[in-house]
Write a protein that binds this ligand. Structure first.
Ligand code: SPD
Length: 340
């Protein structure tokens, strides 16, 4: 064998030993505390495709990393960010033939305004932003955002580290549309928000349940799944409240960035998580509102009765919309006030 033949034979041999799945590894960029390892392992077992899971704690963080050229095959934006990404042509159009399990979705989640017909996104979980408080520490019932920030709980509050959310809470207390980030509305918000932020002890969008369960704080404004986990652990000690002023209902969904080179594998993953038994695993670990009608049938009664996971039909909820360039103004107000 000539040296050239040896080199070629070696290369062929090396290629044979490279796992065929390596080129198919999927880079998933998703919210923290949202994707069970059991789901990723199950997908790898079924398809041979390994999923690398990198986390973020806000839509804005995800967007800035994506726009900076991050190499992601699947992302998990909320409704208003899907709207923005579709408008900017940044998402891959889905092939419904490759995602037959879309049929399992509750029809209400297939005609949402941000992506009617799920052309670009597959709902993962839905949820709300609510208040949870320790009834052993807080004696006066809390009904809404205004009660949380009335000065009684200063230094005993955990809140989501999310400017868009907090601005919307202030707007809600003033009876304003939570999507209207006009100059007038932001001018109204600013001094109120300055007062509120001074009362917050901990900002945490990843695991706000932790300081509540550890009694480092008494009141939290948190994602509903976090509230649901607290109620599961300490149902007598904690109370979950949907703010009387109204609150944000989010729809977090999987989507494929236009630059992904593994769109087929990403659609396989979408189809996999839409299997009822897989979707149930997600609900079991992260009890948000499951948009999969077939999976919901598998949930036990206690899970479906958790008021944080499944709000009443008449709850005052609103989706966020893309606010375009106004998001920079929101971010600036929040960053400045937080650092004061
Ligand atoms: N730990 C998962 C949290 C998911 C929250 N998504 C909602 C974002 C709305 N701004």
């Amino acid at each position: 064998m000539t040296w050239m033949k040896k080199v070629l034979a070696g290369a062929v041999c090396a290629m044979a030993f490279v796992s065929p799945t390596l080129a198919e590894d999927l880079n998933l960029f998703a919210w923290s505390e949202y994707v069970p390892q059991t789901v990723l392992d199950g997908f790898q077992k079924e398809t041979g495709i390994k999923v690398k899971y990198e986390t973020y704690a806000s839509n804005e963080e995800m967007l800035s990393k994506l726009m900076a050229g991050g190499n992601y095959d699947i992302i998990q934006p909320s409704e208003y960010t899907i709207e923005a990404l579709i408008a900017a042509g940044k998402l891959t159009k889905l092939d419904p033939q490759k995602i037959p399990n879309l049929k399992n979705l509750d029809p209400a989640f297939t005609k949402m305004a941000h992506d009617p017909g799920n052309k670009y996104s597959v709902p993962w979980m839905s949820g709300t932003v609510g208040i949870v408080y320790n009834t052993e520490k807080v004696k006066e019932p809390i009904k809404g955002f205004a009660d949380v920030f009335n000065g009684t709980h200063t230094g005993r509050i955990v809140a989501l580290d999310d400017g868009r959310e907090i601005v919307s809470w202030v707007l809600a207390t003033k009876g304003k549309d939570i999507n209207q980030m006009t100059d007038d509305n932001l001018a109204l918000v600013k001094p109120i928000m300055a007062g509120w932020l001074k009362q917050i002890k901990i900002y945490d969008s990843d695991s706000p349940k932790t300081p509540l369960l550890n009694v480092d704080v008494d009141v939290g404004v948190v994602w509903s799944g976090e509230g649901a986990l607290i109620l599961q652990k300490e149902p007598k000690k904690f109370k979950w409240v949907l703010p009387s002023e109204g609150t944000h209902r989010f729809i977090d969904s999987l989507a494929i960035p236009i630059a992904s080179k593994h769109a087929d594998a990403a659609m396989k993953f979408m189809n996999y998580i839409l299997k009822p038994e897989v979707s149930k695993l997600i609900s079991d670990e992260f009890p948000y509102t499951n948009p999969n009608a077939e999976a919901r049938k598998l949930l036990d009664e206690a899970a479906k009765a958790n008021p944080a996971s499944y709000p009443a039909d008449d709850a005052k909820l609103a989706l966020f919309h893309d606010i375009g360039k106004r998001s920079a103004a929101v971010d600036e107000i929040y960053t400045n006030l937080k650092s004061q």
